[in-house]
Design a protein around this ligand. Sequence first.
Ligand code: TRP
Ligand code: SF4
Length: 405
Amino acid sequence: MSANAPAGRVLSGMRPTGALHIGNYHGALANWIELQYQYECYFFVADWHALTTDYEDTSRLPGHIHEMLIDWLAAGINPGVATVFVQSHVPEHAELHLLLSMITPLGWLERVPTYKDQQAELKEKDLATYGFLGYPLLQSADILIYRPAYVPVGEDQVAHVEITREIARRFNHIYGREPDFEAKAEKATKSLGGRMATQYRQLRREFQQAGSQGALEKARALVLGNNRITVADRERLLGWLEGGGVAVLPEPQVLLTKSPKVPGTDGRKMSKSYGNTIGLREDPDSVAKKLKTMQTDPARVRRSDPGDPDKCPVFDLHRIYSDEATQAWAAHGCRTASIGCLECKKPLIDKVVEFVEGMRRRAQEFEDNPELVQRILVEGGEKARAAARDTMDEVRRVMHLRGKL
Ligand code: TRP
Ligand code: SF4
């Protein structure tokens, strides 16, 4: 990390669903693109996760991974600053998953809300499998192996980060004890350096005595941002903040993604399973056609009926793509019935088409040279593996398994 790099690592992943739609972009990707310039980011394609629900026909997996990666790159994920990789290229995820499975109570997994929900939702598939039950634990391994400070996810994934924190806590509690911990933690504090050591002590006191979460986060950032201390000391200092022992696997914080509402063409939430999407690289004519027939405020039956922009999915898209003046024009025209829906949609269509055309232009290079994508993955995979190996060396050491490989 360079001297002025921000403190903290960020990790997030996405299932390879194939080419993405504009809902995926505004829901997650746009956020990642911003984060990559603020944190040390690791972004990965969760291909093993796809197997937890789609294990029967895996033939389309390579294509889905490739298409999604092209979308990431065309959207602005920058492999020059972020580490981009595929989960299965880093087999250490599987090793950590196995080791964590030994200490994970079954009840914790059965209680994850998505377990029963998804089984009910996807009842055409047999999801009474070991892999499906263990999928939140695989996600915990994905996260903990990079020891990130933050995990940016949407609302639907918060429970998974929560169970990850519980598993980290349990792991540290079981394997994080060491003789003379206090004395070693004191020594580690000193090696932070004078001013930082004072700050660390003060923040730790603020957290332990007053329970200040802000102080805890600042202290964590201070420890994670200090690159003069050893890995072992970093774990001691993170562990000491909250009392306990060594934090071999620090508890990550969730970074809840604030995303705008992105309705699909039928007015429901945009989702591949509803067949109401607008692809990030969709053909511009097709985009225009879909928007022209997109659901509007159902109260506007005739051109002369006034409408309510707050009840119109098209207006939700205006909020994302149009400037203030256009939004004001559309809202007023709608309420007074002085414009028709097609007229209202016109400037929106122009903007969405422009956006999609930009995506297509930037994707071209990768579509023409698939080996470019492969090269990015090889490089990203090596970087990710180095980080994952560091964690596994520590995990094996504290579990009295074979040491460094
Ligand atoms: N489960 C996530 C999803 O379905 C994808 C995912 C897998 C993930 N591992 C992760 C997200 C680790 C964040 C961190 O969207
Ligand atoms: Fe929606 Fe615009 Fe039609 Fe109003 S005028 S209902 S905002 S498309």
